[in-house]
Design a protein around this ligand. Structure first.
Ligand SMILES: [Zn+2]
Length: 460
């Protein structure tokens, strides 16, 4: 019975992982639409006060959000030369222990775009949280001009908790890329949606304009079933078939998909550099969550937050004076520490020169993360999980993490497992997780998880 249950979550994982966005949208929309119908449009569209930058020169921003990229596979592909995008930034600061608070796309993306924890909030509260688009829309450059903001996505538009956050943002979604409404991205992955997205981004970057650009690129092709470019298949044999004894071939398809995605990213980067010229720029890179290939009885993602699903690649790079010596020093200190998706929006606010300014006074108290370009602050303890008020997960699974521990439980666990992070000696990268001897951290994390979610998974 135990084996059967484990096998089931592995098999069903691909479905709910995408269904997450739909499930969340279904519960988020009535809040927003209902208010709109009642005439309370101000609640549905969150407009922050105008926020003049304090940065000497506003940088162009390119924030790349990958899909299902596990840190170890991505690092290996960079090291072997199969993936070239990070290597385009020799001075990048790699965040070696970057963790997602969720391995469901919608919750992970929402966390990265809002900097706020979704756990323990009702769906009404989730619908009122500002996103990085709301912040970017408020920013003004030294001449009072707004940013040219783009959300270039190969995913469904409704992956965002708050659809109205995209009002006034140039937006491409998977629907625009394939020319019709898409119910499930998995159905169109074999069309090469990241490659189509690259064409859109290149064309936009090359169109005339003098505004500072703020571009979020949200990729999709490395989600199961994994887009493979038939002309570029270094990893053999590969297969799209999901089976417990075919995992090596499935993982080769995944690796080939990362290689295909890299080519699309390089095209976008070349266009970004043409657009930027000699202006300051920053590039930020991460992925929503990782991917399991049989580890801890799971395939794909969404079943737990063990290292293969929770540890994702991340780096920050800048040029033409965008990163001051103090910012670089701060980033370097964070490089060997645990960072999370909650850190992205505070970091972007700092890079845009609006962190700590009055127009953000209503937003910043909600940040669960830290600006990685300001003096280091401790991570503290954070709830993590795959269930939120607006996404009813098929199987309860949640916990909490701090700098060196993760406590996590599945419905059939007697208690939260508490895991210690083993770091490599040379660069402090997390290399594995081992059961921790019971300690004060574990006790605190268990209590935080129970307090946030109301009870231990399966123990209501
Ligand atoms: Zn995802």
């Amino acid at each position: 019975m135990f084996i059967a249950a484990i096998a089931l979550i592995g098999v069903v994982a691909a479905g709910p992982a995408r269904g997450a966005a739909d499930g969340r949208l279904a519960s988020a929309l009535p809040v927003l639409v209902g208010q709109h119908e009642a005439g309370a449009h101000a609640h549905a569209t969150l407009n922050l006060p105008i926020a003049p930058t304090t940065a000497p020169r506003l940088p162009h921003v390119l924030f790349v959000l990958g899909e299902s990229l596990r840190a170890d596979d991505y690092a290996a592909l960079v090291a072997s030369g199969h993936v070239r995008f990070p290597g385009e930034f020799p001075d990048r600061i790699t965040l070696d222990d970057h963790r997602t608070p969720s391995s469901y796309t919608a919750i992970a993306v929402w966390s990265a775009l809002t900097g706020a924890t979704p756990f323990g909030k009702d769906s009404d509260a989730l619908g009122r949280v500002a996103t990085l688009f709301d912040v970017a829309k408020a920013v003004r450059d030294r001449n009072g001009g707004p940013l040219a903001i783009t959300y270039a996505s190969a995913q469904r538009r409704d992956v965002l908790e708050r659809p109205n956050t995209l009002a006034g943002v140039t937006t491409f979604s998977v629907d625009d890329l394939v020319g019709h409404a898409v119910d499930d991205e998995d159905d169109v992955i074999d069309l090469g949606v990241d490659q189509r997205l690259a064409e859109k981004v290149v064309s936009l970057m090359d169109s005339p304009g003098t505004q500072t650009t703020f571009t979020v690129v949200h990729l999709s092709g490395t989600h199961a079933p994994y887009y493979v470019d038939p002309s570029q298949v270094p990893f053999q044999p590969w297969s799209h078939t999901v089976s417990w004894n075919g995992l090596p071939a499935l993982r080769n398809a995944y690796r080939n998909a990362i290689v295909a995605q890299d080519a699309a990213l390089l095209r976008m980067l070349t266009a970004f550099r043409r657009r930027v010229g000699n202006d300051p720029w920053v590039v930020l890179f991460t992925a929503d969550h990782g991917e399991a290939f049989g580890e801890h009885s799971a395939i794909h993602h969404g079943q737990n937050l063990r290292i293969e699903q929770g540890h994702v690649p991340a780096f920050v790079a800048g040029g033409n004076g965008a990163l001051s010596p103090d910012m670089l020093a701060a980033l370097t200190r964070y490089a060997g520490q645990r960072t999370t998706h909650f850190d992205w929006l505070p970091t972007l606010a700092a890079l845009l020169g609006v962190r700590g300014t009055l127009p953000l006074a209503s937003v910043e108290p909600g940040f669960a993360g830290r600006s990685l370009v300001d003096p280091a602050r401790p991570l503290g303890a954070l709830a993590i999980g795959n269930c939120s008020a607006s996404f009813k997960c098929p199987l309860d699974n949640w916990g909490a993490m701090d700098e060196d521990h993760i406590a996590y439980a599945l419905p059939w666990d007697g208690d939260y497992a508490c895991l210690a992070q083993q770091r490599s000696r040379s660069d402090r990268r997390t290399v594995e997780e081992i059961p921790a001897a019971d300690n004060a951290s574990c006790t605190h994390l268990r209590a935080l998880a129970n307090g946030t979610f109301g009870h231990q998974p399966g123990k209501k």
